[in-house]
Design a protein around this ligand. Structure first.
Ligand code: SAM
Length: 282
């Protein structure tokens, strides 16, 4: 069993290093011993595979990934955790810890330098405050990776994994589905973390598509349309598009008619193809 998920071990490490949790960095560390082995296994980490982990904390998930993968590169922003990780990962020679903000990092360069000839996956218990930006960066950067397995807030997981065109779908659902096939893996209760957050979490896996499922002429426009469409959920699509894209109502109605989309429809009812058609008409 991974001793790092044991509360006694964590408390000992924290007191020896004088570490205090930073709320602003989303530091909720896993203390449920069953979660990390399961997550690592389902992430695709294995022989011939390199793993990028975002936010290793004290290394509880990193340990499991190092057991399975050929190489793990863990990106941690909090400098105070570096000596801790030196100690907790000392038995592995296939780990590299990079002290950086994942949002600022050139991940193409990192993959090229660290994972030559390997299949690459991402596996992380993401800090809550940047869940969507991290996921969108990983997707939008079009990295040579095959899957992203992440723990996020349960509501965010449900939104990402909702069916496009269903009431639960949102801008993130449509955007993620352009790049990947999302799948809900399992739920993790708030009590599995120290300190315990207010909400439950879930682990999801995004399998990267080799090609987008719809033809889009201008991706920037496509994502602008998605953002504008969901910007005012209670409004009908036509009104959201008018205000979100600063277009005349007559122009929006013309585009919707050309695309065969009802004038009174709401954004959550649209398919990926509908969004692509609107963007391509613009
Ligand atoms: N993996 C550990 C676990 O499961 O117990 C810790 C997960 S904790 C939810 C999130 C981690 O991400 C923290 O270690 C935090 O310091 C780190 N972090 C926060 N913002 C980051 C950023 N922008 N780039 C890299 N790491 C970040």
């Amino acid at each position: 069993m991974n001793r790092l998920s044991d509360i006694g071990t964590i408390k000992d490490i924290l007191s020896r290093y004088g570490f205090t949790f930073s709320k602003s960095l989303g530091q909720n560390f896993l203390i449920n011993p069953s979660v990390c082995p399961r997550m690592a296994e389902l992430s695709g980490a294995g022989k011939g595979v390199g793993v990028i982990e975002v936010g290793p904390g004290i290394g509880v998930l990193t340990n499991e990934l190092c057991k399975l993968a050929d190489k793990v590169v863990a990106v941690e922003l909090d400098k105070r955790l570096l000596p801790v990780l030196d100690e907790t990962l000392s038995e592995y020679d296939n780990i590299k810890v990079v002290n950086a903000d994942v949002m600022e990092l050139d991940l193409h360069k990192l993959i090229e330098e660290e994972f030559q000839g390997m299949e690459v996956v991402v596996c992380a218990n993401l800090p809550y405050y940047i869940t969507s930006p991290v996921i969108m960066k990983l997707l939008e950067d079009k990295l040579p990776i095959s899957a992203i397995t992440v723990m996020v807030q349960k509501e965010a997981a449900q939104r990402i994994c909702a069916e496009v065109g269903s009431r639960q779908s949102g801008a993130v659902t449509v955007s993620v589905n352009y790049y990947a096939k999302p799948e809900m893996l399992f739920n993790v209760s708030a009590g599995s973390f120290m300190p315990a957050p207010k909400v439950d979490s879930a682990v999801i896996r995004l399998d990267i598509l080799s090609e987008p499922p719809v033809d889009v002429y201008n991706e920037k426009k496509f994502f602008e349309v998605i953002k504008a469409s969901f910007s005012q959920r209670r409004k009908i699509l036509a009104n959201s598009l008018c205000s979100g894209l600063s277009l005349e109502k007559s122009k929006v109605f013309e585009i919707l008619t050309d695309c065969g989309i009802s004038e009174n429809i709401r954004a959550e009812k649209l398919s990926l193809k509908n969004f692509a058609d609107i963007a391509n008409h613009l």
